[in-house]
Design a protein around this ligand. Structure first.
Ligand code: BG6
Length: 486
């Protein structure tokens, strides 16, 4: 077993999925605040305005806003070396274009980062985790509007200046490649078509009108915003390590039919590598540009001036989320996994979670090795990995989550093997180290945590925290630097 002695073990959450306090401390609405809950089979619903009689899971979430001291103390008890969370942009600029940042919002994160540092936990901070201020979406069309590049840069600069002595590790956008898929239009780039925006009724997420041209333009503007932030961040503190964050799904050809292989290769390029190439290498892969053109996208938004910015603002590290693998085939009758979020085909060799996410630790090893050889010398972080399950609380309050321990054990083993085979992995933050609202379904019921939170889909629960079996297990893993996985 071979984790380096300074390996950053930890856990991850996102502000909109844990904080709650959605209008406290001067915060404005963010895109995530406009979503109702769904389930494995029913999509989440977008509301063009807040409806008083509906339950919005993120509005109180798990109330981390008031519980962060207690929660960080428990992370420290597990031995965390790092804690990944995001800054909710709308806490800092409630309307996106305010003339001054909101001091109360800035002070909240000061206090939260201080709490981490008190326990020698390095904050790892995402600047935008599906948390574009709603005013930017409704007034400017999110990142489809180039003005949002400036608004983002101002926000990023304020954060870099304020926390330059507290935070070293930054991620510019969570899962930026989500915008290559239709749902990423809302979640990723903060865009709703004028027709959907003007409606009065809630709209199921998967019925939101998709505009691929706007979506890829918006994604491009995010690339430019990210590169500009990297350039600015390095001026403010040359020691900053700033990363991209890619949702990496491993795509296998379903069969050895060469056509399945070609389809999987294309999926891997367009879903996984296209965005990583822009952010790590500073260039648009010509194959990706050809794909966009062949699919009717006018790519004239990729100007020479923007390309110079992309080349100058490459990231220092590649970070990614990894949960599952999927299969790809040209056979229209091949059975799919029926999972939410990102679809794919069933792999007969793998089991899946109750939400249809196929469990594949070897896929993580494959991914680590692929990325390490695509971007030689670039340090890697796995910043999300975890198992969403419906936990059962026993009469004595314990939660026996062996299935989660099994999932982590096999994935940590895969990481260890990858390190032995030359992969420069420097950090691992498990997703939802404390139960949070699911991003894909809006459920509390889909739990990832080592720490159970008494909060439920009907809005009941007292927010009390308790330790699951996995809590004690992960503590042992960290203590032994990944040696003791029993
Ligand atoms: C990633 C997101 O896609 O997966 C997280 O960055 C999200 O925000 C996580 O919570 C797990 O997905 P879900 O839908 O189970 O919450």
């Amino acid at each position: 077993m071979s984790f380096p002695s300074n390996f950053l073990w930890g856990g991850a959450v996102a502000a909109n999925q844990c904080e709650g306090g959605y209008l406290e401390g001067g915060k404005g609405l963010s895109d995530a605040d406009m979503l109702l809950g769904g389930s494995h089979t029913a999509p989440r619903t977008f509301c063009p305005h807040i409806m008083e009689d509906k339950f919005y899971p993120s509005h109180n979430a798990i109330d981390f806003y008031h519980h962060y001291k207690e929660d960080i103390k428990m992370f420290a008890e597990m031995g965390f070396k790092t804690f990944r969370t995001s800054i909710n942009w709308a806490r800092i600029f409630p309307n996106g274009d305010d003339s001054m940042p909101n001091e109360e919002g800035l002070a909240f994160y000061d206090s939260m980062f201080d709490e981490c540092l008190k326990y020698d936990i390095e904050p790892l901070v995402t600047l935008c985790h599906y948390e574009i201020p709603w005013a930017i979406t409704s007034k400017y069309g999110g990142f489809t509007n180039r003005k949002t590049i400036d608004l983002y840069l101002r926000y990023a600069t304020v954060c870099f200046e304020r926390y330059k002595n507290k935070v070293k590790y930054w991620l510019t956008f969570n899962e930026i490649n989500g915008a290559t898929e239709p749902l990423g239009q809302y979640n990723g780039i903060g865009y709703v078509t004028p027709k959907d925006l003007a409606g009065n009724e809630p709209i199921p997420n998967n019925h939101l009108e998709d505009d691929p041209q706007k979506r890829f333009e918006g994604l491009h503007n995010e690339f430019v915003a990210s590169a500009k932030a990297v350039i600015e961040g390095h001026k403010i503190n040359p020691d900053f390590m700033i990363g991209c964050m890619i949702c990496h799904i491993t795509w296998y050809p379903l069969t050895c039919n060469p056509l399945d292989e070609l389809a999987a290769q294309e999926k891997d390029l367009m879903f996984n590598d296209f965005c990583g190439d822009v952010q790590v290498l500073g260039v648009y892969n010509p194959l990706a540009v050809a794909y966009l053109k062949n699919h009717g996208i006018d790519t004239s938004f990729i100007t020479d001036e923007d390309q110079a910015i992309l080349r100058a603002g490459t990231v220092d590290m590649y970070t990614f989320s990894y949960y599952m693998s999927n299969c790809v085939s040209v056979d229209p009758n091949a059975p799919d996994i029926g999972g939410n979020l990102i679809g794919g085909l069933k792999n007969p060799y793998l089991k899946a979670s109750d939400w249809g996410w196929q469990i594949d630790p070897e896929g993580l090893k494959w991914t680590l090795k692929k990325i390490a050889s695509r971007y030689p010398g670039v340090p890697l972080m796995v910043v999300e990995n975890g198992f969403g399950a419906a936990d059962k609380v026993e009469d004595d309050g314990s939660v026996h989550d062996d299935y989660r321990i099994d999932y982590f054990r096999s994935h940590i083993k895969a990481m260890s093997e990858a390190i032995d085979e030359g992969v420069p992995l420097i950090a691992y933050t498990t997703w939802g180290c404390i139960d949070v609202v699911s991003a894909g379904t809006g459920e509390f019921h889909k739990r990832y945590g080592f720490i159970y939170v008494d909060r439920h889909d009907d809005g009941t629960g007292d927010f009390s925290r308790s330790k699951k079996d996995s809590f004690y297990w992960y503590k042992k893993v960290i203590e032994s630097n990944g040696e003791d996985l029993d």
